[in-house]
Structures are given as C-alpha cells and as structure tokens.
Design a protein around this ligand. Structure first.
Ligand SMILES: *Cc1c(COP(=O)(O)O)cnc(C)c1O
Length: 496
C-alpha cells in the first residue's frame, strides 16, 4: 500500500512523498506525516547481510512510495559514497557499556550529513517528477550543524539555491568558520542577531507568507526546507537505526528479535523521532531515551505532560541542542492525539501564543516508549573525561549528554538492555569543550592547535573537514536583525 502524507494541522491535505519533500512544510504550518508506517518487508536476518546502501533502499522504498527503484537507488548511490571516510558509513564503537553509533563520518563531521547528503538528490528527483520549472530556494535555520551540512549538500546543485540563517553568537567558532567559508555560487550564509529559535521562527514565518511565495514564483523561484521538518530528512535517518541493529545481530552481540535501547541527544526531536519510526516499522526497541542538555524542555515534558518553552534559554557546550521549540515533536503529538489534526493544531496554537500546552492522560499513554533524561554542562564534561580515561575514546559534548543520561538511567533502573547511543558529532567539531574535559590546561589555545593536540591525545587523525577550513577564506559576512530576514532573501535572489 503506497504511503501518502497528511498535514499534522489539516486532515484534508494529502500529498505524495515527492510533493512533501518539495514543499518541506504544509501551507497550514503543519508537518507532513505518513498516513501509515509500513512494516519492514525483509527480515532483520536478511538485512544483516546487506551493506548500508542496500539497507537504505529497503527502508526508504517503504516510505517514499512514489520514487521508482531506479530513482531511489541512484539517490542512495550518489549520497553514501566516498564522501564518507569509512565504507561502513556509520561504524559502531564499543565503550562505557554501550555501542556508540558514529553518525559523523560524512563531509561536515556531524550526523546532519546522514540526511543532508541525500536530500539534494531526493529534492531534484522530486522536482523532476513533479515537473517543477522554478529554481528551488532552500531556506534553513541552523543551530550550527544543519547549516554546513545543507550548504555542502546543495552547493552547486543545478536548479537550487541555499540560504542559511544562524544565530551570530550561538554557534562554535569551528561551526561558524565551516559555514562562512562555504564555496558555491548558489550558497548564502547569514548571521542573525538572535538565538536559534528566533532564526527558526523567522524561517517558519517566511514559509507561511503566501504573498512572498507569489512574489518568488513570479521570478521563477520557490522555497523548500532542508530543516529536519522535511520528511526527506527524517526518512534517511531511520536507516541507520535499522542498519546498526542488523550489525549487532551480524556480530552476535544480540539475538534476533532481542530488544535494544536507543539513547539520542535531542534538540529538534528529528533524530529520536526517526528511531521511533524505526520501532514502528518493526525494529525491536525497548526504550527510546531522549537526552536533553540544560535546555530540558523535553525532559520536563516527558515527566509532566506539559510542554513549556517559557524559560531562560541557556547556551551550553552542546549548541546544536540549545533549542526550546522542538519542531519534530509535533509529529509525535499528532500521533498520540490519535492522528487528530484539529486537536494537534489547537495545541500548536497554544504553544505559539502562550508558549505552553498540556497533553491529556490518554495522550501520555502514547509516550510509554520514551524516557526523558538530562545532563548539565558539568556532568557532560565529566562524562567526556571519564570515557576518555577509561576507554581511551573521545566523544563530543552532544554525544556526552546522551552518554551521561544513559549512565544515570542504568544506575536508576538497572535496565540492562543492549544499548545504542547516537553519536552525533565528531569531537573535532567541538575541540575547545572537549579539551576543557580532557586537558583543561591546553583548552585556551587557538582552534587548530587544539585539533592537533586532540589528534595526539586520541590517536584519531584530524578529519578532512577541519583541514579544509584551516586556511580557507571567509566568503560570507552578512549579518542582520531577525526582522530583516525577508529583505535579505529578496536581495540575494535579486528580486525587488
Ligand atoms: C542536530 C544535532 C543534534 C540534535 O538532533 P535533533 O534531530 O535536532 O534532535 C544533536 N547533536 C548534534 C551534533 C547535532 O548536530
């Protein structure tokens, strides 16, 4: 049965997968969700003999129903190739009583590469299938990692332009340098005075602006999104959970059908939602453990059933998780509301207006697969240090939030399921925070000296992504107020 996509806010909207990818967000402000979640049609044992690309096809074909086999296989082959520095694409590392699923072996050394390597292929294929004549303008708000991964994915892709907004003082020095040195005539990078939620809210408003859309259309452009609200990002993220399970199976670490726990360091709720979809497709998962940093809106939500973003926004050492409005949670809310778009839309309206909503007890029952946890900056630093000391393995601060939460969870519950921890960034992306943990005396050195020192301490070579930006010139220097985002876009596109 083919999968169609509905809006979480309007039951009358139905589109194909390729249309959902092209649009990004539904016109009513809702997110596209599959009308049903199909079960895997190959056994996990069969899948354990497949390589990453083959598993990707088996998972993605089920959710991207209107892509042909040839189209999908060509997208997958284009995406998951030697851009990744290991043939396994996502290796597993055994440390600290869990398996770290290293999702950072792509071009920009963060897990965003997993989806953003393939999104440009899915998007251009979708455009051709739907006879789109306009150039597609990818508009993205980033808390640091999405921006660079999207820029790298879309740079010089014919028929596309990409505009990235990032919080000027809310990303790491390396993250910023990675973005502002991006090559490609179709790439634009803008710092905004504000935090990530300001950037994300601004982008959402621009998407919802119909007059602006008409103006763009008249000039041969249309917007789409590379944010994790795009179903074209969510679907490729399901793949690596299935793949990791089948590797554990192939290596005899688990028996077939044995349930595992998955811990995900969470910001916008995209990565953990992909793990939830994997479970819904039949992956044996016991608990989905949602790990938050000091911005623990989600932790409080799982504990109380109240989502409340009215709180101080805290800058932490895991900036890609410094988020108070987790966009993808809406897909879960819709699901636990019994796929009731009216009820979901009402809750989202409350969130928009008062910054808070409460879910019913029946809805809370739907959350039983999830456990919330949180770790503050000090705890995260301690975890990086002791995993380095015990296992000679260096993890980044985002991954360390998850590892901290995992340790607390095991301590509190005694749950001994085999556990996967989503390792979402290379420690080379956050060298200063990592060095504060493992060699604080050297943490004051400049960024590239830190990278060299990390190499000595960890015996992991400095990744190409860092070598590239050592000497690269700054190519983007636009900074604007959050109210000026639309004007900046019109200027870039030379529309007046
Ligand atoms: C984006 C990101 C996260 C959060 O992922 P979500 O899908 O937004 O929950 C965690 N860690 C890193 C390094 C990231 O780049």
């Amino acid at each position: 049965m083919p999968v169609y996509y509905h809006s979480t806010r309007d039951a009358s909207v139905t589109v194909t997968a390729s249309q959902a990818i092209l649009q990004g967000l539904s016109k009513d402000g809702g997110l596209f969700v599959p009308d049903h979640i199909p079960a895997l049609d190959k056994s996990l044992t069969e899948l354990s003999a497949f390589d990453y690309q083959e598993v990707a096809y088996e998972v993605m074909k089920l959710l991207l129903s209107d892509f042909t086999e040839e189209e999908l296989k060509s997208c997958i082959a284009g995406a998951y190739d030697s851009k990744f520095d290991t043939e396994e694409i996502v290796p597993l590392h055994d440390a600290d009583g869990a398996y770290f699923l290293e999702l950072f072996h792509g071009r920009t050394i963060a897990f965003k590469d997993m989806a953003l390597s393939i999104l440009p292929y899915l998007m251009t294929t979708a455009a051709a299938k739907n006879h789109v004549q306009n150039d597609i303008v990818i508009l993205t708000a980033t808390s640091g990692d999405t921006g660079k991964a999207a820029l790298a994915g879309f740079a010089d892709v014919p028929g596309t332009k990409i505009i990235v907004f990032y919080p000027k003082n809310g990303v790491s020095a390396i993250q910023e340098k990675q973005m502002v040195t991006q090559k490609g005539d179709n790439t634009f990078v803008v710092g905004i005075h504000g935090n990530f939620d300001d950037a994300q809210t601004g982008v959402k408003e621009i998407f919802a602006n119909e007059a602006l859309a008409a103006r763009l259309n008249a000039s041969g452009f249309q917007f789409s999104s590379a944010n994790s609200i795009n179903i074209g990002r969510l679907v490729p993220q399901i793949v690596y959970y299935v793949y990791a399970y089948t590797r554990l199976l192939a290596q005899g670490k688990i028996a077939c059908g044995e349930e595992i726990n998955i811990v995900v360091p969470t910001g916008n709720f995209g990565n953990i939602l992909a793990a939830y979809y994997a479970k819904e497709m039949g992956l044996p998962v016991h608990k989905l453990i949602c790990a938050s940093n000091d911005n623990k809106v989600l932790y409080d939500f799982f504990a109380t059933g109240t989502y409340d973003k009215n709180r101080e926004f805290i800058l932490t050492t895991s900036p890609s998780m410094d988020i108070l409005v987790s966009s993808n949670l809406e897909r879960l809310i819709y699901k636990i509301a019994g796929e009731d778009a009216v009820q979901n839309a009402e809750l989202m309206k409350q969130l928009n207006q008062g910054g808070v909503y409460h879910i019913t007890d029946t809805m809370r029952e739907g959350l039983k697969d999830f456990v919330g946890g949180c770790a503050d900056v000090a705890e995260t630093t301690r975890t990086i240090r002791h995993i380095y000391e015990n296992d000679h393995y260096v993890i980044d601060p985002h991954t360390a939030v998850a590892a901290s939460v995992h340790e607390q969870y095991v301590r509190d519950t005694g749950d001994d399921h085999v556990t996967l921890i989503a390792s979402t960034a290379s420690p080379y992306k956050f060298t200063r925070s990592v060095m504060e943990a493992i060699d604080p005396a050297r943490a004051g050195e400049e960024d590239f000296a830190l990278a060299d020192h990390l190499c000595e301490l960890s015996d992991v070579p400095v990744p190409a992504a860092i070598e590239e930006i050592r000497t690269a010139p700054v190519l983007h220097d636009t900074v604007c107020e959050k109210e000026e985002m639309t004007d900046v876009i019109l200027r870039f596109l030379q529309i007046d």
